[in-house]
Design a protein around this ligand. Sequence first.
Ligand SMILES: Cc1cc2nc3c(=O)[nH]c(=O)nc-3n(C[C@H](O)[C@H](O)[C@H](O)COP(=O)(O)OP(=O)(O)OC[C@H]3O[C@@H](n4cnc5c(N)ncnc54)[C@H](O)[C@@H]3O)c2cc1C
Length: 472
Amino acid sequence: MADTPKIAVVGAGPGGYAAAFLAADLGMAVTLIDPELNPGGVCLYRGCIPSKALLHVADLIEESRQAKNWGVEFGEPKIDLARLRSFKEGVVNKLTGGLGLLSKQRKVEYIQGRAAFENSNTLQVARANGSTGSLRFDRIILATGSRPAIIPSLKLDSPRMMDSTGALNLSDVPGSLLVIGGGYIGLELGTVYAALGSQVSVVEMLSGLLPGADRDLVLPLHKRLEKSFAAIMLNTTVAAMNEEADGIRVTFDGAQVQEREKIFDKVLVSVGRKPNSEIPGLEKTGVKVGPRGFIQVNKQLQTDDSNVYAIGDVVGEPMLAHKAMHEGRTAAEAIAGHKVAFEPAAIPAVVFTDPEVAWCGLTETQAKNENREVRVAKFPWGASGRAVGIDRPEGMTKLVIDPQSERVLGVGIVGAGAGELIAEGVLAIEMAATAKDVALTIHPHPTLSETVMNAAEVFFGTSTDIYRPKRP
Ligand SMILES: Cc1cc2nc3c(=O)[nH]c(=O)nc-3n(C[C@H](O)[C@H](O)[C@H](O)COP(=O)(O)OP(=O)(O)OC[C@H]3O[C@@H](n4cnc5c(N)ncnc54)[C@H](O)[C@@H]3O)c2cc1C
């Protein structure tokens, strides 16, 4: 490599911009290429950030409705959709504009355009202004992300059909909305539309919502969604969809189906995401793509072509922004010659529904599937002063613990703010904390964070907040 290595980063999502910015900080000459005006990628433009801005508003609406139970009554909220959209767009513009500025400050060359490979060192870049040109680099980092998966049988060319991007555009609040897929994106967006006034139904082909999460964590969410959603149809598939004058007629299939056909004003298809590994010209490099479409990388995020690194959604699950960012940092450091590897002990997953569901490390389900002996200690939020004080006693915090070493292997939380609380679990796992470490760590009172300490006390049978806690 030259004295000042030339690095290209293709895709400016959380993985790509983290890689580009750190590479620049480490002294490399960096070019970052993405079709958008500013860095941000899916996460900032049409993913994490706009969805959470809308979920914040949904939470407020829901709380205002609950408030009558606490002696405070508000009228039914009036939704000004144009202002809500502009709030969400303002958040996105502020953050992506900030990244544009950070890019300039670091002297990262930002090209608005699309990249294709000429070979392992050279990209052909088609700029948004219409010009094209060849650019040579010492190393290339691919951070091209992912896109909504499409099931051919669920394809219907109609303005009534939406994917997550369309749903976030918030063009209207449909009277009725069918969400196909009970994963986190469908449930989060369904929560937004339900709060705004849509009758939301969810259809999921598996036997439960949020496949992948432990069932006891999902249960409180399922119970609450049964109240805020019009229907939750499990073990059910969509057999057919046809557009009619007054909506989309959906035919359901499955043993538990009660109403075989129903008309919905709009349908949101949210059945997973596909990696963007079909990068033009990739076949001219030594990069290999695995059977599920993910680019294959080693622990330094280097592909089978030593000049090409890849990070983020395009290299594998979990397709989450924080995983992409850490991989981006690892790739930049590896290129800089640092001895690094991407081998986290835990990557948190958060579902920003109401209540939130979050987990990290080993789940109870995984332990069962792997026949791994674990002890599980649960603390019910009904015994948490803070949870009761905010009228959210339905939550639960649990630790999955190794019975021999008493190390914390996994943490699961369901409840208000679980997404913030889970970070303590990730730290505990990364630091190889034992249940004793967690039990002896003084947590502030009254907080929801205490429930993590309380769960560790339950493990030892020493919790004083529940009666005769038994060692699990
Ligand atoms: C509705 C929704 C909500 C989400 N919420 C969360 C959440 O709360 N928390 C979380 O962690 N994750 C969330 N995600 C997932 C998160 O957005 C992704 O995991 C994350 O954006 C992946 O980052 P990335 O850097 O791999 O790629 P991306 O963010 O996908 O960015 C890739 C970029 O590369 C560009 N690109 C592709 N091909 C080329 C090319 N040939 N040339 C130039 N540029 C190219 C794309 O246009 C895109 O801008 C959500 C996703 C969605 C859809």
